[in-house]
Write a protein that binds this ligand. Structure first.
Ligand code: LRH
Ligand code: MN
Ligand code: MN
Length: 424
């Protein structure tokens, strides 16, 4: 994307932005907050974009495509490039294999590099059968009762690591659909044991500087039981594999009202929070735009993350990724909304006076504890986000700029109205 076009569009927002930013900045400084440091942290916070969110998703009832969708990996990288140019916070792409197998590695790498995009975690897929595959995953993959199926799933994961390695990725995310839809269908212990043994075999294939993320989910596509159903199971498997294996928290993968911030805290205390999938949900794994349903919960989760990042050196810096897909919005606009919500929750969490909170906790001043969190949450931090973007050459108003530059129209012109993205 042409940087000058973004700088040009910033002109019309600059004066109002400067006024609101100066006001907030003065207010925060008088409260003893280090605004420069907050801006630096916001600029450094980069979130990977999943390749499968760049096209309009769908439900099992249908899919309404969005015009100008990227139809190959190169175009998906270009879409992330657009997001990154505008927001300066989306400097990575996460690939799903086999949806995104590169045909020419050098071209793909060059395409990403020229747009300042790196390759984040690669995701394996043993929840769909591939046309060329010998075995079926209908009754599970890494935990399947049949050895040949487990072997095929292990081999696939190893190939995904090899693909990621050629691109410069440093992690593999494993999510399994394995489970049962009816009581009695499978033996809990046997499938869990198989899963552990299979994961250990994949783990052996990890390069030295790689991590393996084990994602959990309580239900869907199986509706009676899921082998890796919760963080405890994932944590146990990660421990069984070794120090390069971690738990991955996907916000949508919890039963209603689960206290996710507490899970985050526990995992970070134990040094095992490896990665994060951001989205929002009202009912289940709805994969809705981040912050669109429960923004206060998101803030509380970030409060736990910020605490962990400052106090838990035993936990590596987590890998951040959006895992949302949507049916009715322009995917790029939706992703910009998600990125904004993530940054907003992070900025608010950075405003929490951790020392003051600790003191209030020690004094059992419950009201003050709550006030401290809510004061941070109720602050309109958007001028900070805008300033952080401005400092890095991004757009003060990414969505408005995307619209005024008619970027979707350009994409349709280039790719055609009926292009369809691969993936979910
Ligand atoms: C499963 C999941 C997992 C998959 C992605 C497509 O629900 O969250 O991360 O890889 O969706
Ligand atoms: Mn996920
Ligand atoms: Mn999911």
């Amino acid at each position: 994307m042409d940087k000058n076009k973004i700088l040009d569009s910033n002109k019309k927002y600059l004066q109002t932005h400067t006024e609101t930013f100066d006001f907030l900045s003065n207010q925060l400084c008088s409260q003893g907050r280090d605004v420069t440091n907050i801006l630096k942290k916001l600029s450094q916070f980069q979130v990977a974009i999943p390749s499968w969110a760049l096209g309009a998703g769908g439900t099992r009832f249908g899919r309404f495509g969005f015009q100008g969708e990227p139809s190959n990996l190169e175009e998906k990288i270009d879409d992330v490039g657009i997001l990154h140019s505008l927001t300066q916070t989306a400097g990575a792409i996460s690939l799903h294999i086999p949806w995104d197998v590169p045909t020419d590695y050098d071209t793909v790498k060059e395409r990403a590099k020229s747009q300042n995009i790196v390759f984040d975690a690669v995701n394996s897929n043993t929840f769909q059968d591939q046309k060329t595959a010998k075995e079926s995953y209908k009754y599970g993959s890494l935990g399947n009762m049949t050895k040949a199926v487990r072997e095929q799933a292990i081999q696939h994961n190893k190939e995904v690591i090899d693909i990621g390695n050629k691109l410069g990725s440093k992690s593999l995310t494993v999510w399994l659909a394995d489970g049962a839809s009816f009581p009695g269908q499978s033996n809990f212990q046997t499938v869990l044991q198989h899963t552990e043994t299979s994961l250990k075999s994949i783990y052996e294939h990890l390069p030295q500087d790689w991590k393996m993320f084990i994602e959990y989910k309580p239900y869907e596509p199986n509706f009676y039981s899921t082998v890796i159903q919760d963080w405890g199971t994932s944590f146990m498997l990660a421990n069984a594999c070794g120090e390069k294996a971690y738990t991955l928290v996907d916000l949508g993968h919890h039963l209603p009202n689960t206290n996710i911030e507490q899970i985050v805290s526990t995992l970070m205390m134990k040094g095992k929070l490896g990665g994060f999938h951001f989205n929002d949900s009202k009912y289940g794994d709805d994969d809705l735009t981040v912050g669109s349903i429960k923004p206060y919960t998101l803030f509380l989760i970030f409060n736990a993350l910020v605490y962990g990042m400052e106090n838990n050196p035993q936990n590596p810096y987590p890998a951040w990724m959006i895992d949302a897909s949507h049916n009715i919005k322009d995917p790029l606009e939706d992703l910009m909304q998600s990125l904004e919500a993530i940054q907003e929750a992070y900025a608010k969490a950075l405003l929490v006076d951790q020392k003051g909170l600790l003191k209030a906790q020690q004094e059992n001043d419950v009201v003050r504890c709550q006030e401290m969190l809510q004061n941070a949450y109720r602050t309109d931090v958007r001028p900070l986000l805008r300033q952080a973007r401005l400092n890095s050459g991004g757009a003060i108003q990414p969505i408005a700029t995307y619209r005024s530059l008619k970027i979707r129209k350009e994409l349709i012109k280039k790719r055609g109205a009926n292009s369809v993205a691969s993936g979910l």
